[in-house]
Design a protein around this ligand. Structure first.
Ligand code: 4AD
Ligand code: MG
Length: 468
């Protein structure tokens, strides 16, 4: 038999030209059988479904088939046959099998038995070969495609903002420094502060926490833009919802006010979730069956229902009322303090039983760039809160007034010299505009039903962990 063009298994499983000669390549999931035939379940990552390879033992010889164990990589050429077995449409009756690589059963960690997600995190280099992580990473790809498609089809431009920056967008001081200075021999000025003039950029630089500030410049020229890239936060919070390196999608739209920003947030998330339901059916169904029986219902619910909109102040009243009725929270509820995840989840999961958009937060707990309301106390912020996740989106209408923005930046300790270029947009042709940031891995948590953010990104970066 000559060398044949490979058919990916996702395509092979859809074929019905039985009798045709076919070549498939992939990694062995299991091998079982009897003294006459071996059944090899083969997977190449194109789909969660395996193709069954039937190998006649007499034809190949026991010794030849022996090293084909779980994890081995093989190429199989044979005949496509309608499968008599339940739950699979086709199988391949092997004519020739080439072994690319064996996987010693004594040391290959992914044997047939189920592994815990914790264990699989320790072998992140191999976990994409499991059903679970194959499904998750195919869905992750699909969500990225959904995001680009959504914005592209609506006239948004994908705008690339820098990852290295000298300004702290969120003003939260959670940045990773970028330096080429010799840390063993730091030059300090008379005031004892580090002298950055010799550093690579001639000043202190960091990895960005958000592309928003540059995104706003783009919106005030191109009209509608979005960013989609990695962001970095050195917050030392070891939680199932925080990463030190995560991906964020940040649309920014000139002339949008807060209501239109909320409309966009809802429509955008619903579009992505619908994409997962329609285009990742096998993978979502697998995760639903294995990890979270309510996953598909929850996804459908979000697609079909409007998000509840209310102000932070109204949210606080509801929480206080709940406490009065006997509800216990770990953290106190007071107007002016940030909501804890338990408060957010109460509103979403118990009170409204649907996604919630909270607006008009106290200005003290939000960033300097948010548009100030007339009341002098609140800003036009919006957080989208999701079942099981808590905050999935943070955004706002932006302060477009030069003097108000400058004053607020100063009050919040953001130096003019770092953001003069940002302030310039308010001096020259300023306009109302709004935007938000969606945490990509938070979206992934929602569509996969996974509980830990470390399981929805291939190589998670968290405090004390940068392996792989
Ligand atoms: O609410 P955040 O901090 O908002 C911003 O960064 C704005 N500049 C966005 C904008 O208006 N353009 O972050 C936005 C979202 C959060 O709602 C959350 O989903 C996600 O980013 N996020 C994280 N995801 C994983 N790990 C972390 N450490 C995260 N911090 C924020
Ligand atoms: Mg936020």
């Amino acid at each position: 038999m000559g060398k044949m063009v490979r058919t990916v298994i996702a395509d092979a499983l859809r074929r019905s030209d039985f009798g045709a000669e076919i070549n498939v390549k992939g990694w062995v999931r299991t091998k079982r059988g009897n003294k006459n035939v071996s059944f090899i379940a083969l997977n190449d990552g194109s789909t969660i479904n395996n193709i069954q390879v039937v190998a006649d033992i007499e034809k190949f010889g026991d010794d030849y088939l022996k090293p084909i164990t779980t994890g081995a990589c093989i190429s199989v050429t044979g005949t496509l046959v309608e499968s008599p077995a339940q739950g699979q449409s086709v199988e391949v009756h092997a004519e020739a099998i080439e072994i690319y690589g064996t996987a010693d059963p004594a040391t290959y960690p992914l044997q047939k038995k189920g592994h815990t997600l914790e264990f699989l995190r320790e072998i992140a280099h191999l976990r994409p070969r499991t059903n679970t992580f194959g499904a998750i990473f195919r869905i992750r790809h699909n969500m990225a495609m959904a995001i680009h498609t959504y914005f592209h089809e609506r006239g948004y431009f994908y705008f690339h903002t820098p990852l290295i920056t000298a300004s702290d967008c969120e003003g939260a001081g959670q940045m990773f420094q970028v330096t080429t200075l010799n840390l063993y021999d730091l030059k300090k000025g008379e005031d004892g502060k580090i002298d950055y003039s010799d550093d690579f950029f001639g000043k202190q630089a960091s990895l960005t926490v958000s592309g928003q500030l540059e995104g706003e410049l783009a919106a005030l020229s191109l009209g509608k833009i979005y960013t989609f890239g990695p962001t970095f936060r050195a917050e030392n919070s070891n939680t199932p919802r925080h990463l030190a390196e995560f991906w964020m999608i940040e649309p920014e739209v000139a002339f949008n006010e807060i209501e239109e920003n909320m409309d966009l947030a809802q429509d955008f998330i619903q579009y992505c979730v619908r994409w997962a339901l329609e285009k990742c059916q096998d993978d979502v169904a697998f995760l639903c069956k294995m990890y979270d029986n309510e996953l598909i219902d929850r996804l459908k619910f979000v697609v079909d229902n409007d998000f509840k909109r209310l102000t932070y102040t109204e949210g606080i009243e509801i929480l206080k009322e709940a406490i009065a009725q006997g509800k216990k929270f770990e953290f106190p509820v007071d107007w002016g303090t940030d909501l804890q995840s338990e408060h957010e989840r109460y509103l979403v999961e118990e009170h409204f039983k649907r996604p919630v958009i909270l607006t008009d937060y106290p200005k003290e707990i939000k960033s300097f760039y948010m548009k100030q309301n007339e009341d002098g106390k609140t800003v036009r912020a919006m957080d989208v809160l999701f079942p099981k996740i808590g905050e999935i989106i943070g955004g706002s209408q932006r302060e477009e007034d030069y003097e108000k923005l400058k004053t607020r930046a100063k009050e919040m300790g953001v130096p003019d010299k770092d953001i003069w270029w940002y302030l310039d947009t308010r001096r020259f042709g300023t306009a109302p505009h709004s935007g938000f940031g969606l945490g990509f891995e938070r979206l992934m948590l929602f569509v996969t039903g996974m509980q830990n953010i470390r399981d929805v990104i291939p190589f998670p970066r968290t405090p004390k962990n940068a392996e792989f």
